[in-house]
Ligand binder design. Structure first.
Ligand SMILES: *Cc1c(COP(=O)(O)O)cnc(C)c1O
Length: 395
């Protein structure tokens, strides 16, 4: 049998069986649902986009995968060239992997070994409270979400701070000389509760990282490709290492990339074999994933996705302007993300079924009801999603 994610198998309701998907819609045997979650925030172009389908088919006619150990191919070369020119600053060195968690592992490994290679003993990682960076062990350690990882208490060598500048300054004053890196989900902390914070925090973090010679790592697995309204938050404040996943392939195939800047890359570039980065996921640089990722980026540019996202933000703000309820703690909107946080998680019990009956697939968690829609959503479809969320409180 299938062991489902984040679920108590004994009590979980039966999952909804999907038979087809197209545009923003998921189809079951007898109904269709707008996917307000974009399949865990990844399907930014919707399902079965003709351009992306074609990219996969074209590559499939050659081969679907060859390993990257000692081999290379056009799809991965083109994608890495594209990322090199598209990403800000000198974020030019692309290490591919098969999932966001692994890509964060790679980023942390890079940061630690960067220090070792230059004879430094810095090992401590600075991270944020409510951080989520994946489900593998090191990412769980830097993460801070008891609801996801309650079974594993030990957190060695990781310091968590809130997204407040005084706490940031204190942390650097106290531990600055020990830190290997500071890892953040910039502007929007997703799985930790769709928490939003301001740019000056990141600007100050960049300055302190420079002052204390600490690497700044942006985990943009969730925020990348427009979710915050910016193409990447890295366009505003440039990190030393950038991690992309989820929407990288338009949600078609699991893939991720850890992109390092020149300084980090040079820390490994030497005649000493022991300075090499010893990592190599079997499916890194998968040809189908790279082809569809390149097509996804080209679509993002040619179809002016940032404008689409601005529309989503504007419609969301308009629809939420008149909404309030005593059970609601806060409504947060940023780019293509809206979150209604309630005081008591009980308030959201039954909402998923309610949304289903209204033709919307939603997956609230803890105290958070949210939408992260595919960017190709039409205005009336977006309104249907937002009204479904509001109407739950008005029945
Ligand atoms: C989803 C997510 C990850 C993990 O990605 P997977 O592909 O699920 O391993 C890491 N960081 C952030 C910020 C995420 O949202």
């Amino acid at each position: 049998m299938i062991w489902y994610p984040y679920a108590q198998m004994k009590t979980m309701p039966p999952p909804i069986k999907i038979t087809d998907a197209n545009g923003v819609y998921l189809y079951t045997e007898d109904t269709r649902l707008i996917d307000s979650v974009s399949s865990w925030w990844s399907v930014i172009h919707g399902y079965r986009h003709p351009v992306l389908d074609e990219a996969v088919r074209t590559q499939l006619a050659h081969f679907s995968h060859v390993m990257l150990g000692g081999l290379t191919h056009e799809a991965v070369e083109k994608l890495s060239d594209k990322l090199e020119s598209w990403l800000p600053g000198d974020l030019n060195y692309c290490f591919f992997s098969d999932s966001g968690s692994v890509a964060v592992e790679v980023a942390l490994k890079m940061a630690l070994q960067f220090q070792v290679n230059r004879g430094s003993r810095r090992k401590t990682v600075l991270a944020l409270e409510h951080a989520y960076h994946g489900d593998t062990f090191k990412t769980m350690e830097v993460g801070d979400d008891d609801d996801y990882h309650f079974a594993f208490g030990e957190k060695q060598g990781v310091i968590h701070i809130p997204t407040e500048i005084p706490a940031l300054e204190t942390a650097f004053r106290m531990y600055g000389e020990q830190l290997s890196c500071f890892i953040v989900e910039p502007l929007l902390q997703g799985a930790g509760g769709m928490r939003m914070y301001e740019l000056p925090f990141l600007e100050r973090a960049r300055a302190l990282c420079d002052q204390y010679d600490v690497l700044l790592v942006f985990d943009e697995v969730a925020t990348g490709f427009g979710r915050t309204g910016h193409r990447f938050v890295a366009d505003l404040v440039c990190p030393d290492i950038l991690v992309l996943g989820k929407a990288l392939t338009g949600g078609y195939i699991g893939h991720a990339v850890t992109v390092a800047n020149r300084k980090v890359f040079d820390g490994f570039y030497s005649d000493d074999p022991s300075h090499a980065l010893m990592h190599g996921p079997t499916f890194m640089g998968n040809a189908l994933a790279c082809s569809v990722a390149l097509a996804s980026i080209e679509l993002f540019e040619s179809e002016r996705y940032l404008t689409k996202i601005q529309r989503i933000t504007a419609v969301t703000q308009r629809e939420m302007a008149d909404f309030s309820d005593p059970r609601v703690k806060e409504v947060r909107i940023l780019g293509g993300c809206v979150c209604i946080e309630v005081h008591d998680a009980q308030t959201l019990h039954g909402f998923q079924q309610f949304a289903y009956r209204r033709g919307v697939f939603s997956r609230p968690f803890l105290n958070y009801m949210y939408a992260m829609v595919p960017y190709i959503i039409r205005e009336d479809e977006l309104i249907q999603v937002l009204r479904t969320m509001k109407d739950w409180f008005r029945q």
